[in-house]
Unconditional design. Sequence first.
Length: 206
Amino acid sequence: MDRRLELLICLVALVVAVPLFLLTYLVVFVALGRPVMFHQERSGRNGVPFQVVKFRTLTDARDADGVWLPDAERLTPLTKLLRRTRFDELPQLFIILRGRMALVGPRPLLPRTIEDFGPAGKLRGSVRPGLTGWSQVSGNTALSDNEKLQLDLWYVAHRSTRLDLNILAETVGVAVFGERRRMDRLERAAAWLATQPTQNKTEAQS
């Protein structure tokens, strides 16, 4: 997507999001208390690390040995709704303005996760990570990590302004109607990946 168009959309979204920021802050404060924000280092374009910021959605619940419980067990009904609507990720609009993230792209992952992907991880990380992406509107939590990687690689090779605008529109639909596995897109990504050089698909096909 053209950077000027991206900035325009981002600025408009920020104006619209002001009351949502306030509402989300209150929801997190009531449901979880402090801290309200979550900070973590993620891998950016070409592996350059940056701090991702979003509203906290998980409790501090641990098991008898002091180990964190699975994420699904640390969500409350309210914070689960925040994740579905993506309200928890609204602070990332400011990161987009700074140019560290894009409106659309593969979601930012931990540096060690990108390293584990090998050459496929480098290809995936050749673009800025996005607030939303192709795998997020094609199944997201209903997909395996490997399926997400295949979809992300397909997106990197086929990205365009038109595709990005379609993804933004579909993101709204996912927030309203929920996630759905898109088998047609998974099959298309797998078929495309089969035609690519071996070094770019090893991890994605494992």
